[in-house]
Design a protein around this ligand. Sequence first.
Ligand code: GLC
Length: 561
Amino acid sequence: MTKTEKLWWQEAVVYQLYPRSFADANGDGRGDFEGIRSHLDYLRDLGIDAIWMSPCFPSPQRDHGYDVADYFDVEPTYGTLDDFDRLVADAKARKIRIMLDIVPNHCSSDHAWFQAALKAAPGSPERARFWFRDGKGPNGDEPPNNWRAIFGGPAWTRVTEADGSPGQWYEHTFTPWQPDFNWYNHDVLDYFDRMLVFWFDRGVDGIRVDAVPVLGKHPDMPDSPPAPPGLTDGQQWRYNIYGHFYPTAHDVWKRWRTVIDDYERTHPGRHLVTISESYGPPEELLRYMQGDEFHQSFAFDLMLITWLAAPIRAAITDSLDMLASVGGAPAWTLNNHDTQRIVTRLGRLNANDPAAWTGNNLLYVDAPIDLELGRRRARAAVTLAAALPGALYLYQGEELGLEEVLDMPDQAREDPLFIRSNGKELGRDGCRVPLPWTTDATTSYGFSPAPVAPWLPQPKDWADLSAERQVADPQSMLAWYRTVLAHRPLLSGDLQWVDTDLPECVAFERDGALILANVGPDAIELPAELVSGRSLILASQPDATMQLVPSDTCVWMSPAH
Ligand code: GLC
């Protein structure tokens, strides 16, 4: 490969697949590998290059897979390792690569190591793989420090020792069922090195790495400086500079990169990618991307900002400038399994009021929602994001224009964020509802093969949003996603901003092609000098013309000739 040739992941379209909610082949109301396999043609026709699967390892599912009980096997309700291998092979036959979701900060409390640590004595090698500490106070009955868990409550849970006495405490960034690993411990380091190779050997081509900034911890675990008053536990995490962000984590990422680079060297033709999940400003993300840690880091800003031209432009510029300094490729994203779906976010009637955006993907300001407006804006948003240089990460169901399910009954909700915050935070179940494949409501819209309750209830009116209906409708969101993705290869070259003086307009060129999004409420008339000699490649609304771009619409035009 020459230097100028791009690696596959630099411009890939990656589809985040949430296995529990994608498709259920065995009729237990939860997704599985066979379900995924049976829809691979759908994914090929959508035009994706890779699937990133949210964790599919054995798990008690208290955080739906982000609590891993064994990193060397697959979740039995999803299938067997043979089923997994078959899925990888069948995907590959359609030129779709598989990426896994690796959770290094913590495991499940069901993991054999944690169970052994509970049985072992304080100070034992078993406990040293985690963060066990004596409590404070005369009887050790206060947590060892003031750290808070992101999903609510203290970041410490006390154990009962083997003799029945109240014992030490262990630390957990999220829930008590997700004990944090001690990344200074060599067993932990070696275990993950082996695990990476195990999955690469099975044909996996990349990994998304979970919760990257929280892994680094001060070995002495001092109290965190106080956070500003009035913040939820979930908002406070950024202030815990000793429980998260501690720089020794970089040694871990460098070690992983060595494992990966060695693997590529010894397996010619294999090109692997690592992408970090880190919410934070560009300068923070940059620390992971100096060439010897991660290949990519999600650019989350488009998912977290107001629907206004200036912040959209700033989000794009900030990511591109940051990456330019390290020669990196961005990974744009509009949705994921932790964030309210874009149709709902942008359908909020105050979506263009900066005060209505918390900047935190778990917290939303309430407002009336117009789903049709949300869908119109979502069409424009993906048309814009798909035109940017770099990779594009989609989240299952966005191609169907699904909305966030907000009116789910409390008893149906399973997200630990909802449970641990006593319902104060709605949590993320609403974007994880099983996908509607057909118009047949009796089978959960084709999610399951027979009448069976899906693990989360679906809205009553999803027949119209089903893949079956949308495949047959050239105006559907699904048809639009296919069109946009099919046209992506037409665009190449760096992004050059175009100064238009037009209100609420985001405009740029790539090798002369013009991409223009009108994110405002009024139609924009385009000046003749901007469009002369061009032709329309595509437009997110059918009534857009070369002269007039309606509200909430994005167009692509050819270079002028
Ligand atoms: C990440 C995941 C989220 C999970 C958390 C704990 O943020 O994306 O779904 O709950 O980490 O693993």
